[in-house]
Each structure stands twice: as structure tokens, then as C-alpha cells.
Design a protein around this ligand. Sequence first.
Ligand SMILES: [Fe+2]
Ligand SMILES: [Fe+2]
Length: 292
Amino acid sequence: MTKQITQEELQKIVQSIPMLSASASQLLQVASQPDHDLMDIVNLVRNDAHLTARVLKIVNSAAFGLVNNIASIDRAVSYLGERVVVSIAIADCSSKVFEKELSGYESAGGVLWKHDLRTAIAAREVVIQSGADINSELAFTAGLLHDIGKALISDYLHGTVTDAIELLTAEEDLDYLDAEEKLAGFDHTRAGYELAKAWQLPDELAEVIRHHHEPSNAKEEFRALVYAVHLGDNIAMLGGFGTGSDSMRYKLDRKYTDYIDIGPKTLATIMLNVDIEFEKLEGSFHSSGEKN
Ligand SMILES: [Fe+2]
Ligand SMILES: [Fe+2]
């Protein structure tokens, strides 16, 4: 058995994670307000010279294949879309969290970012393809952050994979969240929620982090969004992009049909679109420089 994390230790772990940059934090606040527009995003990016440079570098990277370079930040933001700009801001200031090796899940560095990106894209596609009344850009951002708690508890789960699998085999009703709680004292949704509070994330994002494996427990006003990320998460794992030992070891909440209407044909379209979009975005984030 591993050492259980106490509430006090969890707070220390949370405090050891760097805060989001001011611009990333403000972008998340603005992006979760229903009445914002793209100019609000442009103005925030414009006030951050480093972020402006990153956004311009990425829009002009080979991954986007533009014929003519984009030099203005408002054009770059409208070309990339809010979700990509928010992702750049988050990735820049918390790359250590996303790129961390998840030894507790027997997963290499960078796998969490790939899973989160895949979930983000899938959650947005779920919203678009189903026509659900959910902000698709916000579903993307929420998908990107949903599993952040894994980076916090992973070290404490080191060496527990066999124990976790044994627990799940012995008791059919359990899922990986139960195993995490039994083995480390906290599951990744509770750990992530503590970080969400420390980062002062908007309520809807904190709610997704806390309830993405059991959306029916989310506040009613945010439940549809949480279901979108729940489906996005499952689609990411189904496509072979989990985070290691826990992949496909969670329950699917079938009540999603009350909020989101997708049939098998739509699911196939979503999976295809996720592949295409993932290639493009993954390439742009890791692009070593501008084209030519
Ligand atoms: Fe999760
Ligand atoms: Fe996940």
C-alpha cells in the first residue's frame, strides 16, 4: 500500500504548482462569460508581449500552412480561434504540469497533454456535431484542463498499478477513481478541484474538473458542459489516447442522452474529425519555428 495523501499535504502539492500567468487567468475568465466576443480575447493577448509573439509564431508555423504570413494579432486570433489562443496561454505557463511524466499511471511525459488535447477537440466536436446548446469553445478549454489532477497525485500512485487492477478485478462496481482514492487518499478529480480553486478558475471549469467522470453530480447549470467533456474524455480513450493504466477503466454515464444527442454515425464523424484536428494542433504546438 502507498502513502495516503492528507488534506494538508494536498494543499502543499497545490501550492507547489506555479500559478497561471495573469493573461492566461484573464483569458479563462473572459472565455467563460457568455456575452464576450473575440475582440475581448484579442485585447488581452495584445497586452501580453510574450503571448502575442507565441500566437504569431504558431499561426505562421508550418502546421497551419498559410501562404502569406499573418502579422497582426487580431487576424491571428480570429484565424486560430479562441480555443487555440487559450490553449497557447495555458500550455505556456503550465507546461511543467501537462508535460510531467505520470509515473503513477505508468505513462510517459507529454501523454497527459496529448490526452487533454484530444479530449478538448472531441468535446468541442461533440457539441458541434450534436447541435447541443453548449459553448463549443468553452467545451474545448474545459477538456484541456479536465485531468489536471492526475499530475498532482501521480507521484503518490507510483508503483500501485498492479494493486489498482487487483482492486478493480475484485470488485466490479469500482472504477479507477475508487482505486485512486483507496491507494492515494484522493482521486484525480478532487485533487484537480483543489488546484482549480487555487487558480481561481471560473466555476464551470472547476465543475468539469470535479465531475467529469460523474456528470450527473455537477450543478444543473453546468451539467451539459460536463457531459460534453465526459463524452470527449471517453472518445479520447476509445481512440487510444488515454493516460496509461487507467484508460477505459471509468464508467460511462449513459444519461448523457438527456443532454447530448449523438448516434453511432455521428460518433464515427466525430472520431474522424478528432484525428484530423489533433494532427494539426499537436503539430503547431510542437512546431520548432516558422515555415520557410
Ligand atoms: Fe479523469
Ligand atoms: Fe481524461
